[in-house]
Design a protein around this ligand. Sequence first.
Ligand code: FES
Length: 641
Amino acid sequence: MPKITFIQEDGKELIFFASSGDTVLEASRKANVPIDAPCSGNASCGKCKVRLIKGELESAVTRHISELEYADGYRLACVSKIHEDVEVLVPDISSAYKSRMKITDLSSENELAIFEETRQNIKAAGLDLKNDWHVITCFMDIPTLDDTMPDNERLIRAVKKVTGFPDIHIMIPFSVIRILPDILRNNEFTVKCVLQKKKDCVILYGIYPEHINPVIAGIAVDIGTTSVSALLVNLENGEILAKSSAGNAQIRYGADVINRIVESCKPGGIQNLQKAIVDETINQMIDEMASFAQISRNDIVKMCIASNTTMNHLFLGINADHIRREPYIPCFFELRNIKASDVNVHIHPNADIIFAPNVGSYVGGDITAGALSSMIWNKEELSLFIDLGTNGEIVFGNKDFLMTCACSAGPAFEGGDISCGMRATDGAIEAVKINEVTGESVLSVIGEMKTKPVGICGSGIIDLVSELYRCKIIDSKGIFIDGNNRVTRDAFGMGTYMLVKPEDSGTIKGVFINEVDIDNFIRAKGAIFSAIKTLTESLDMKMSMIESVYVAGGIGSGINIKNSMNIGLFPKLPADCYHYIGNSSLSGAYASVLSDKVFKKVVEIGRNMTYIELSSNPGYMDEFMAACFIPHTDINLFEEK
Ligand code: FES
């Protein structure tokens, strides 16, 4: 058996005996060495580069490795077979995930305003945003030989007296029982308690010395296929204590939900994917946010997850395979009674984890939570809610009806599947304008003034493709028209447009877009547009009847609606019909973690949505093909009216 030595960038080595003919990627997975593989080994993404240090690999030629890189030892792990002993250098992607993690200092008013707006809208719709959380101080008699009541009963008696709930069952979780004897005696039987009153019981989540002022905290999490975002909030007053975002560490098992499910079906796969999202992503975000807010993880007593159906199955370690197989049946739509300790989430072990409900295999809790914050369920006007994520999900309707569908857009809107793509964070180009005479471009970059661009986020890609088309640098199929001095072609004939030269950027490669990137993007925008058209026409309605459009997703707040219509991503409507509502899934999870009433509303929205399966709709594929042009094969759809 050939020996492969994986050397990490920090010098750590791991030796594994592979089967002859295994690829480096296969061996790395067996050896549990993480290698980024968004296309799950299809040789299409080019992200699984490793560097051969010793020995030889049988490696196919690929456009992702230049001649220079090949000579330097670079190989794609997924197309390099092991036949002899080798040593390979692998990038340390776990620290890459960590460095992609961002904790906000909450000074950005724009970031917070969107959550405040959700709260206000929900309040205005008559939903109460408070729950029955209390911090009480309990004074107990010190036990004597004449008063031998055990500690737990003594505490229960005191809680009943202070709360005035004499007949209710008081539940003390084991995490409190375990510390009870010491904390009572160290504080002369005067303590503070954090508790929540439920319909038929009171749960005592925490016990503290009298001088401590405990925070009652909750967490709202949006688990996206590409990115994960979270808010740490004060459950008493709704204050946001910390905000965090990070790449989903599952991405090394594939960029989209289908590849993740395929990986989860391999031996040990479900555990690997659950570990990637729970341990490597969410628990790390919790640690960072708790330390930023200076609270204990044990103070976090509730969590709300909003995510697509596959993500919430894999988070729970549940077999997701039936989601991708006809007749596409998930294990659950609604789920209750999950505790943090059931899934090893590092918060209070008895914390309830609630899930925004799924509606179908490809319309999940991210959409029910997002639909809540879009408020379309409370409006008279015909409205469209679009979530531009790795899956594009669409809800159409108003207060009387809600129809929904999903399409596989791929990760292009979140910067995936694009050579220089990135999330909308510091260093991302979020807007582009090209001067058609001089060819010069004006860019808007996220971050402080003078931040050098390192990549391009979804809104920037929309602008760039729109501008390249307007300036006749690409044709309607996204192919470069020869003659532009920023366009080069490689040995395979693939064209690349250099937007920012290496010396003007914050990376050694510069910021560019090539024909494969543009093709990926055109497919993504074609999927969204054709889904909108199919959904509205399935109700015998026209797209022109849509009165309001709410656009959500991590695409970047600088989304240019005019350009989005010009390239055929969105239907041609008056620009003021469109509203960008940020990460609506996270806003919905935030409101749901604060209030049981709001959570009930999300459940009701989910139950009232009618799900349309596009893959079984006979016209959808034709619509998709027609939409894979800029802007569309039917140009009449995009003419100024
Ligand atoms: Fe190897 Fe994508 S190219 S995993």
